[in-house]
Design a protein around this ligand. Structure first.
Ligand code: SF4
Length: 263
């Protein structure tokens, strides 16, 4: 896939001038990490997940530019409420690792104030090129939410148009640095609910001592209207959310592998 993203001039730039491309933010999120959270949605994603409910975050050149300082100004008024809930700040997207430097400085300033930081990512990053930068980022990241979408590579490509090689390598890296992590798996009937694949995924994750739990997210159609607003047909037309029984079976497989789960 060709990448049209123009890297923003971030090196040697202070927080006032370091820019991030922001899709939107939510002051009181409750589903992206512990407690109540200020959630920042970064613009841009290279995956093309068929079930994506944030289709409008894909374009690498859309969104609004904020400096780190401007982003902090948005966040800080909410911190007393968020702190009281045991929450913090979550950066998601889109794919936030496309804007690593912005997050790295934002998280540094948040951690200096004792604010809990969480990164929600699809794990698509080139560790060979960015290993040192990532080490620095994760020194200031309290929790990672890592989306592992499909352990079978052919099915991963069918679902996302991208190989799962980098996300799996990234999962191993998080384990190596002992980064507290929750694995997320979206259960899409016909695409990521095969019980053999689930067993392989559970076997891959189970030895990783950094993984605190696995969140199982049933596919839903809430983002369908966004595809239609781009004049595109919804790729999962006719696919219904998974049954409670299927979710129970999947949960049992993870639990049998010794992993805590959340539905
Ligand atoms: S990784 Fe997330 S934002 Fe990107 S296409 Fe997939 S679901 Fe959408």
């Amino acid at each position: 896939m060709s990448v049209s993203f123009v890297e923003l001039p971030t090196r040697s730039v202070d927080a006032k001038h370091l820019l991030g491309r922001i899709h939107s933010f939510e002051s009181f999120g409750t589903v992206d990490g512990p407690g109540t959270r200020f959630v920042v949605f970064l613009q841009g994603c290279l995956f093309r997940c068929k079930y994506c409910h944030n289709r409008d975050t894909w374009d690498l050149n859309e969104g609004k530019l904020y400096s780190v300082t401007e982003m902090l100004d948005e966040i800080l008024p909410y911190i007393p409420f968020i702190d009281a809930s045991g929450g913090g700040v979550t950066v998601t997207g889109g794919e936030p690792l496309l804007q690593k430097e912005f997050i790295c400085v934002l998280f540094k300033l948040l951690r200096q104030q004792g604010i809990h930081t969480c990164l929600d990512t699809n794990g698509y990053v080139n560790l060979r090129d960015y290993g040192k930068e990532l080490d620095k980022l994760f020194e200031r990241t309290n929790l990672v939410l890592l989306d592992l979408k499909q352990i079978d590579n052919d099915k991963h490509i069918l679902l996302t148009e991208i190989s799962n090689e980098k996300p799996l390598e990234f999962a191993r890296y998080l384990n190596k640095i002992n980064q507290p992590t929750w694995i997320r798996h979206v259960v899409v009937p016909g695409y990521s609910d095969d019980l053999e694949d689930i067993k392989r995924l559970a076997d891959f994750v189970a030895p990783m001592k950094n993984v605190e739990k696995v969140e199982l997210l049933p596919y839903h159609k809430l983002g369908k209207h966004k595809w239609e607003s781009y004049g595109e047909s919804y790729p999962l037309e006719g696919v219904e959310p998974p049954s409670k029984e299927k979710m129970r079976q999947i949960k049992e497989i993870f639990n049998d592998a010794g992993l805590a789960t959340q539905l």
